[in-house]
Ligand binder design. Structure first.
Ligand SMILES: [Zn+2]
Length: 99
């Protein structure tokens, strides 16, 4: 992701968020799996299997939220950037545009 920011590449930044999301989603899934493995107790007579479903729901919402932000930013760039400034890679001398 640092490379994306340094190179002003929205695609690389988006991929960085994807990698971060993978780590967070993995942690949430692991927590859900561990809680789901616990046996039934006083408060949860049918066990804790639903914890895994809740973890899946949270991960799904995170994916949707991240994807929505990436698409929104990409559209905003296309709409607001001048035609000759949409490609603002490291080889252009133009200074950073606001985003
Ligand atoms: Zn319980």
């Amino acid at each position: 992701m640092a490379g994306g920011i340094a190179g002003h590449s929205q695609a690389l930044i988006a991929d960085g968020f994807n990698s971060m999301l993978d780590v967070v989603a993995g942690a949430i899934a692991l927590i859900g799996y561990r809680v789901a493995a616990k046996p039934a107790d006083e408060d949860h007579h049918y066990g804790h299997a639903n914890a895994e479903t809740v973890a899946a729901l949270i991960v799904g919402l995170l994916i949707i939220a991240t994807g929505t932000i990436i698409v929104r930013d990409a559209i905003a760039t296309i709409v607001t950037a001048p035609p000759n400034a949409q490609r603002s890679g490291p080889h252009t001398s133009r200074s950073e545009s606001s985003s």
